[in-house]
Design a protein around this ligand. Sequence first.
Ligand SMILES: C[C@@](CO)(OP(=O)(O)O)[C@H](O)COP(=O)(O)OP(=O)(O)OC[C@H]1O[C@@H](n2ccc(N)nc2=O)[C@H](O)[C@@H]1O
Ligand SMILES: Nc1ncnc2c1ncn2[C@@H]1O[C@H](COP(=O)(O)OP(=O)(O)O)[C@@H](O)[C@H]1O
Length: 270
Amino acid sequence: MITYPIAKINIGLHVTEKRPDGFHNLETIFYPIQMQDALEVVEAGDFSFNMTGLTLEGDPMQNLVIRAYELLKADYDLPPVQIHLHKNIPCGAGLGGGSSDAASMLMLLNDLFKLKIKREKLMEYALQLGSDCPFFLHAKPVFATGRGEKMEDANVNLKEYFLILVKPPIHISTPEAYQNIVPQKPRLSLKGLIGFSVNKWKGNIRNQFEPYVFEKYPEVGQIKQKLYDAGASFALMSGSGSAVYGLFRSEKRGLESQFPEDYQIFRQRL
Ligand SMILES: C[C@@](CO)(OP(=O)(O)O)[C@H](O)COP(=O)(O)OP(=O)(O)OC[C@H]1O[C@@H](n2ccc(N)nc2=O)[C@H](O)[C@@H]1O
Ligand SMILES: Nc1ncnc2c1ncn2[C@@H]1O[C@H](COP(=O)(O)OP(=O)(O)O)[C@@H](O)[C@H]1O
């Protein structure tokens, strides 16, 4: 069975408070985008894991798709499987690729082995794998609070827009980013701001990780400026970075030449 885990961007991100469990409460809009990995799982005599595409640092056996398999295996009688993950979504980018792979793995195993796990239970498993994970179980634009698992539909209409996303070769550690910001409640709730037209978002919809990341890596802040200089109606860093996106009213062909060759550029008609 094969599935295609997608990525997300955050439209606005406020870290509102540190919790006793060490995590932070946040307010954000998660918005799915069509950048995709590919994940294939088949039943096999022995367990194996194979990865192609972008490389990941660290122990391959700690991959979130394996952790998702092991999490379900502790509660269900799962046979050995052969897993193939093709990575296309850059990590350390604020695009949630790892969380998306993990959520896709939970859903895929549920279908493949007819485990009949209900949505609420899947959400519990997902939250054990990552704060962004529950969103990817039913990826649609949502206003999210808590660690990111409390979600309500967000009425965001970007049909008139083109997304251009720029990822520099910089890997941001999410835990490090959280350690370096001071939680603060937003002056105006994102839930209200998102209702305004996109050209009113600039300066009002913010990502609280930007000051820390832009100071440590000025080139990330320069991407945002370049997107505005190129005519973006709105530009923001996604998650804890380092990817930055712009929303444009036209396709903006040729923007690639503005950025160094080792920057990845992704385009999508929204
Ligand atoms: C910042 C965000 C915004 O969408 O996205 P990314 O930049 O990772 O895409 C998320 O909150 C990232 O969620 P996720 O990447 O799933 O993080 P997790 O694996 O759950 O946690 C990694 C570490 O980040 C910190 N963390 C994460 C989420 C949260 N609400 N509070 C936290 O304090 C904790 O130190 C935790 O140990
Ligand atoms: N399948 C996976 N894809 C990406 N990263 C993974 C995966 N499994 C484990 N990881 C680890 O999770 C970390 C965060 O990955 P990811 O969620 O893609 O990034 P981001 O914080 O940019 O949203 C990576 O640095 C990587 O070490």
